[in-house]
Design a protein around this ligand. Structure first.
Ligand code: PLP
Length: 576
């Protein structure tokens, strides 16, 4: 076995190994994440500008045996620092474990790190339990505790040099953990980290404007609240509701689908209430797939998409959403063997975090392809009522015959500010709806009937609203205008979303192209710590999200103006 620096031609092999490790152990962890930029071009990431001063302090090594790459790791600056670096993308393949090579690899990397930095972090996982399971699996001895003075459970990578490189079998069974490994692959770590930054900023006395989590700040209308209040007073409202949902709920949802989209659905077989659309998104893969199946997901995408696959043991195939194509996926780029193997394709228009707008023609093509390949379309339409500038989002179920191959998820959370009620529904293909109903029948016993009644009332109100009434859309459209204009006045010109409550802002090029190379995570963190403004790093939504941050329009316009001023000050302070 030989350790050597990476070459351009190693890129493909390393990407395969890292992605295999991710599938085995779950993604979304620091240093070994779907979200890591440049995963598919590590040579460029670490060595491309060899000789340039800014690249002298980063390097990547691989372990090779008989032409096969069995492990690797890199050193790169931590958040652009000249003093602190991170040990990155460390992995060791099964065959190489227990041979001493992992330790050798580590020694090579850390000797390099020592020449360039005073500290080196291994900012691996969100807690030590999880970190230890990771080390066990990779053949390292476990750590006793995070190193004192380190942050976010990062441990000092120097410390790893003292660890033994032991066979996995010998390390296993040392200590039982009561946390399932799959939880680590659900991408929650970055959200808990963001919560930690917020606490840190609060402790430092910052006034917070949190544009991180996308939770509506407004209450439902008074009539909706009154309806709920009356319904909960009924003495007979407290029996188990049943998974299928009330007839009135299913009928009204079907009626609304016809009213809003012209889509005809059978309320008996093609509609099912959900405890929020999240319930459907989290459970659908378990209901319609077997472990080892494949599903196509958007990248970037709302985190539960990948999380639900991790729970179900389904492999994701990631379909990039890129700015060059207005964040719409190139359906023709999906290889035939992926269509052949995929059980479903999940899409979300207008989406979170990217408000791409798909039109009827797009859905028509999608339905054609799905039927051709016998693939289920899962369309998340949580933001159906948040279209701006005259645009009203389409339903995939508008396409004639779509219910033969598609289901769609709807939410009352954003459309009616009813997020806390936990109510939504799935509509479409009867077989998939029935499978989800069967699974949920084992998990929950349905949505509280007063909440179903209230949802029925909300739909009735929407259907009887005067022509031109656009529900919640004008509120968010106004906020979008204010925020995007205020950012532009600060010198940061971002894409104005045509729908949803999210601004998907590409970091100024001066930050991503310079030697300091700000990652979206470092940007979000520092923005919170220095200015108290909350955002979510784009990398939380997938590798394609690197280089972007997401701002939610969940505060009133004055607060958004204030946030924009602080963001402008922050960007200027870091050279943007
Ligand atoms: C794209 C998307 N889908 C689904 C959901 C879940 O919504 P619900 O409250 O209906 O569970 C959200 C919530 O933020 C979302 O952004």
């Amino acid at each position: 076995m030989e350790i050597r620096e990476i070459r351009t031609e190693d890129n493909a092999a390393i990407e395969v190994v890292i992605r295999e490790c991710l599938i085995e152990f779950g993604g979304n962890r620091e240093g070994l994440a779907w979200a890591d930029p440049g995963l598919s071009d590590l040579y460029h990431e670490y060595n491309a500008r060899e000789g340039e001063q800014s690249y002298a302090n980063r390097a990547y090594w691989v372990v090779e045996e008989a032409g096969r790459i069995l492990g690797g790791c890199g050193i790169a600056p931590y958040a652009g620092s000249n003093d602190v670096c991170e040990l990155q993308k460390m992995y060791v393949y099964e065959e190489a474990r227990g041979t001493g090579i992992a330790k050798e690899l580590l020694r090579t990397a850390l000797e390099f790190a020592k020449r360039h930095y005073s500290r080196c972090y291994l900012e691996t996982l969100s807690n030590m339990h999880a970190a230890n399971r990771f080390y066990r699996k990779h053949g390292f001895r476990e750590l006793d505790a995070p190193l004192e003075g380190s942050e976010h459970f990062a441990c000092d990578a120097w410390y790893l040099l003292d660890l033994q490189d032991v066979p996995v079998t010998a390390a296993r069974g040392k200590k039982r953990s009561w946390k399932a490994d799959k939880l680590d692959s659900m991408g929650s770590s970055i959200f808990s980290e963001a919560a930690g930054w917020r606490e840190e900023a609060e402790r430092a006395g910052k006034e917070i404007v949190n544009l991180g989590i996308g939770a509506p700040d407004e209450a439902p209308s008074e009539s909706i609240r009154r309806k709920l209040s009356d319904a909960v007073m009924r003495a007979d409202a407290y029996k188990y509701p049943g998974t299928r949902g009330t007839k009135a709920f299913r009928e009204r949802c079907a009626q609304w689908m016809m009213h809003r989209f012209g889509a005809k659905l059978d309320p008996a077989t093609e509609i099912l209430p959900l405890l929020g659309s999240q319930d459907g998104l989290a459970h659908l893969a378990q209901a319609v797939c077997n472990p080892g199946d494949l599903a196509i997901l958007p990248d970037p995408g709302y985190p539960i998409y990948a999380g639900s696959l991790a729970i179900a043991g389904v492999t994701p195939w990631l379909l990039p959403l890129r700015e060059a194509n207005d964040f719409l996926p190139d359906l023709d780029s999906i290889p035939a063997e992926v269509w052949e193997k995929a059980v479903f394709i999940l899409l979300n228009f207008p989406g979170n975090p990217v408000a791409a707008l798909a039109d009827y023609a797009f859905f028509e093509k999608l339905v054609f392809l799905a039927k051709k390949w016998d693939v289920l379309i899962v369309h998340d339409l949580a933001y159906s009522e948040m279209g701006f500038d005259g645009y009203r989002p389409c339903s995939v179920l508008e396409v004639p015959g779509a219910a033969e191959t598609a289901v769609e998820l709807h939410s009352f959370s954003k459309s009616f500010n009813m997020a806390g009620c936990r109510i939504g529904f799935i509509a479409g293909n009867a077989e998939a709806v029935s499978a989800l109903r069967e699974l949920k029948g084992h998990i929950d016993f349905g949505a509280f009937e007063p909440i179903q009644e209230t949802a029925v009332f909300a739909l009735e109100q929407a259907m009887s609203a005067p022509e031109g009434d656009r529900g919640v859309a004008p509120l968010y459209e106004g906020r979008r205008n204010t925020f995007v204009e205020a950012l532009a006045a600060e010198g940061w010109s971002v894409r104005s979303p045509g729908a949803t409550m999210f601004v998907w802002a590409r970091l100024p090029e001066s930050l991503t192209e310079t030697k300091s190379r700000w990652t979206s995570k470092a940007f979000s963190r520092e923005l919170m710590l220095q200015e108290g403004v909350g955002s979510i790093p784009g990398s939380a939504f997938g590798a394609e999200g690197e280089g972007y941050v997401r701002f939610s329009l969940v505060r009133e316009e004055e607060a958004l103006r204030k946030a924009a001023r602080r963001i402008g000050r922050f960007v200027r302070s870091i050279g943007g």
